[in-house]
Design a protein around this ligand. Structure first.
Ligand SMILES: Cc1cc2nc3c(=O)[nH]c(=O)nc-3n(C[C@H](O)[C@H](O)[C@H](O)COP(=O)(O)O)c2cc1C
Length: 183
């Protein structure tokens, strides 16, 4: 066990695939928030025990999906008890447009970690932003606070640009390395 838990919501499967790549890179456990914004009862104990919690949500209408927000609101008792104080946190989002207001979602995920007294792990990668850059490159969307992935609006789950998925796996490896350093 790496001590890393990825808790995410995905309405149509794209964010789930990103979560799976990140979890593979981090050797993390995945917890899915369901379509009603609920998670399995055992998930709360896993989150309590985790050294690092990674938040993941699709960007819907310029912020995290309501199901992820319902989960976030359900952590308010933990917030009050300082249950996640000094844990490590990281975050990612996925949306259809290259920008698509994803940055707002990521900033809010970081704020949620801050509310819990957490320590935020940034993406830690240079952007691929030259004329020659392609969407198969690492960090082609140029994130820094966390992971940004684009799933074009007509792309199936199997057509997410490989660069986004590879960036997710590399970010997972970085999260694992930093979690190990803090252990
Ligand atoms: C209700 C809704 C709102 C959306 N809002 C945005 C948005 O603000 N920006 C954007 O780039 N894409 C937006 N999208 C597209 C999704 O982010 C995109 O399809 C994403 O891959 C969905 O992830 P999922 O399959 O994990 O649910 C929206 C999609 C839905 C269903």
């Amino acid at each position: 066990m790496s001590g890393i838990v990825v808790v995410y919501h995905s309405g149509y499967g794209h964010t789930r695939k990103v979560a799976e790549y990140l979890a593979r890179g981090a050797k993390a456990e995945l917890i899915a928030i369901d379509d009603n914004g609920e998670l399995p009862e055992s998930a709360w104990d896993k989150l309590a025990e985790a050294k690092t919690i990674v938040f993941g949500a699709p960007t819907y209408m310029g912020n995290a999906s309501w199901q992820f927000k319902k989960f976030a609101d359900a952590t308010s008792k933990i917030w009050f008890m300082r249950g996640w104080q000094n844990k490590l946190f990281a975050g990612f989002t996925n949306s259809a447009s290259p920008v698509g207001d994803k940055g707002l979602t990521l900033a809010w995920l970081q704020t949620l970690a801050g509310q819990h007294g957490g320590i935020w792990i940034s993406l830690g990668m240079l952007p691929s932003n030259t004329k020659a850059a392609k969407n198969t490159d690492l960090n082609a969307l140029g994130g820094s606070t966390g992971l940004l992935v684009q799933s074009p609006s007509d792309a199936s789950v199997d057509e997410i640009p490989q660069g986004g998925l590879d960036t997710a796996a590399a970010f997972g490896a970085r999260i694992a390395e930093i979690t190990e350093q803090f252990a």
